[in-house]
Design a binder for this molecule. Structure first.
Ligand code: NAD
Length: 284
């Protein structure tokens, strides 16, 4: 079994990002990312702070907008409008989930697709589905990067994605399809999940249920990518895959923590670099 080291690969991506950011700054355009947080959700605050810290480390200008939970939809739309027009900002991210009185879809659609470094805007989602260049959701983009770094050939493989969220499952399936895998998307209503997973060369599990994918659900030599992040009552962080038993059977596996998790922020910074380069091209 080979352990896929996401910590190591994410450091490599961040080093590349830093070099690119310095080069771009020398060309007169310092990459800038704005992160908006509405409300005081603890987990969201931790994510936003780590994004800000990563920006600093990688020479990316970062703006953190922290708004109270009482912020109205219009106030948030206006802030996005300002950031859309701000030349110093090349990426805009609204930390989800938003308070219930705000329509997430409306907010996502307000972000200029050219600055949508999270890849959630319908324009970017649509581009991915017809294999055009656009921003790709960071976690699934990170998974593809991990597979490539480990020289895992995706083409022609049977890939099974467990979970169909807009943030992970669906873009993951589209990316694997783009890499010429034969893709099956499974979800909470799938019957006989084992039937699909036992035939899979690559399994990506993203459902949010601790240790859900068991060793008897996969074939020998399967590649297991665990996107799940679950905090157990005893404080331990575990994935959606039963790592201890699967590691005997899988050919490659990602640990939790230290697998897919660290890739998400690295790919967000990478998307900010891509966006800045696009703006530079437009300026010329
Ligand atoms: P979500 O709650 O939006 O979606 C869960 C999906 O799992 C749904 O499509 C549902 O159909 C499916 N599902 C639920 N129960 C199932 C079952 N018994 N069998 C098959 N499918 C089932 O979740 P999400 O936002 O995609 O996140 C999934 C997990 O990934 C969570 O643990 C989350 O914390 C983690 N996550 C990690 C990162 C990262 O950076 N590594 C990023 C995003 C999400």
């Amino acid at each position: 079994m080979i352990l896929i080291d996401g910590k190591n690969i994410s450091s490599k991506v961040k080093d590349e990002v830093k070099n690119e950011a310095i080069n771009l700054a020398n060309l007169g355009i310092k990459p800038g990312l704005a992160v908006i947080l509405v409300g005081d959700d603890k987990a969201s605050l931790t994510y936003v702070n780590s994004k800000e810290k990563a920006c600093k480390m990688c020479e990316i200008y970062s703006v953190k907008k922290t708004l109270p939970a009482s912020t109205t939809e219009d106030e948030l739309l206006n802030l996005i409008d300002e950031l859309n027009k701000d030349d110093k900002i090349h990426g805009i991210l609204v930390q989800l989930p938003l308070p219930k009185h705000i329509d997430e879809n409306k907010i996502i659609e307000k972000i200029d697709p050219k600055k949508d470094v999270d890849g959630f805007h319908p324009i970017n989602v649509g581009k991915l589905s017809i294999a055009l260049d656009g921003f790709v959701s960071c976690t699934p983009a990170g998974v593809i990067r991990l597979l490539k770094e480990y020289e895992i050939d995706i083409s022609g493989k049977n890939a099974v994605v467990i979970g169909r969220s807009n943030i992970v499952g669906k873009p993951m399936a589209n990316l694997l399809l783009k890499e010429n895998a034969t893709v099956t998307i499974t979800h909470s209503k799938t019957k006989n999940l084992d039937f699909y997973t036992k035939n899979a060369d690559i399994i990506v599990v993203a459902i949010g249920i601790p240790n859900f994918l068991k060793a008897d659900m996969v074939k020998d030599g399967a590649i297991v990518i665990d996107v799940g992040i679950n905090r157990l009552d005893d404080g331990r962080l575990v994935g959606d895959a039963d790592f201890e038993n699967l590691k005997e059977k899988a050919s490659f596996i990602t640990p939790v923590p230290g697998g897919v998790g660290p890739m998400t922020i690295a790919m967000l910074l990478n998307n900010t670099i891509i966006s800045t380069k696009n703006f530079l091209k437009e300026k010329k």
